[in-house]
Design a protein around this ligand. Structure first.
Ligand code: GLP
Length: 245
């Protein structure tokens, strides 16, 4: 894995955005795998800025998001669908018909099957990831098997707490207890992976991902088996690393 320890979050986000922008410039029909959470927000801001200043063209780009809360649809302000339009899709020239976010309402099994089929037809060129403080990627919580595909997940208490703090005004009861998430196998099928992690709260997960054993107990550690991963962290998230990068 290529590891970049950036001076700070701002620089890390600029470097991450540059990787995605270069990918889109090199292949205007790029298929992006996109993520939510606080981590990618600055990266998306940089993509928007670049689109406005340099006109990078997203008209032929397709996107597949990692996950969605069960019970929330695009009309809910905390849905990941809404998040993506607010932070990125409304501000670049991507065709709304080309964006895909897992569906968290209605017949969930049918929705998961349809998402898996779509991902089979559309191999992601570059998958953007954050990481949970417990090492989850997407919403693949500790214990998720490596061969998992899009599925319904019971969220761990720690994830509900983390996400309540960041997005639901601290109201844990408002956070859905389940989500639909791409599985580990879907993520590993991407041609390239770009993972960002910021802050002290991620240091333990980052250490396990990069320097620990590969184990389902720390889902991000499986990325050690992927041939093309770039990890960009700030100094705080890198603070427990022992090797030099
Ligand atoms: C959620 C998302 C993950 C994200 C994680 C970390 O659980 N499903 O994709 O990586 O939060 O969130 P944050 O970036 O806000 O720390």
């Amino acid at each position: 894995m290529k590891v970049i320890v950036a001076e700070n979050r701002e620089i890390a986000s600029q470097e991450g955005a540059k990787i995605i922008i270069d990918q889109v410039k090199n292949n205007p029909e790029t298929i992006l795998g996109l993520a939510t959470g606080t981590t990618p927000i600055d990266l998306y801001n940089n993509m928007v800025k670049d689109h406005k200043e340099n006109g990078t063209d997203y008209s032929k780009v397709k996107s597949y998001n990692l996950d969605e809360y069960v019970g929330l649809d695009g009309t809910h302000p905390q849905s990941y669908y809404c998040f993506m339009f607010e932070h990125l899709f409304n501000h670049i020239n991507i065709n709304p018909e080309n964006v895909h976010v897992p569906v968290g309402k209605g017949d969930l099994q049918a929705a998961c099957n349809a998402y898996n089929d779509a991902l089979k037809q559309n191999q992601v060129d570059i998958q953007l990831l954050g990481i949970g403080s417990n090492g989850h990627i997407g919403f693949n919580e500790p214990g998720t098997p490596a061969d998992s595909v899009t599925h319904v997940v019971d969220l761990k208490e720690s994830t509900i707490k983390d996400n309540a703090r960041l997005f639901f005004n601290g109201d844990e009861d408002a956070v859905p207890k389940q989500a639909v998430s791409m599985g580990i196998a879907n993520i590993m099928n991407a041609k390239k992976v770009l993972l960002l992690a910021f802050g002290e709260g991620k240091a333990k997960a980052v250490k396990g991902m990069l320097e620990g054993e590969v184990t389902p107990e720390l889902p991000a550690s499986i990325l050690q088996n992927h041939p093309d991963v770039t990890v960009i962290v700030d100094k705080a998230a890198a603070s427990l690393l022992e090797k030099q990068y």
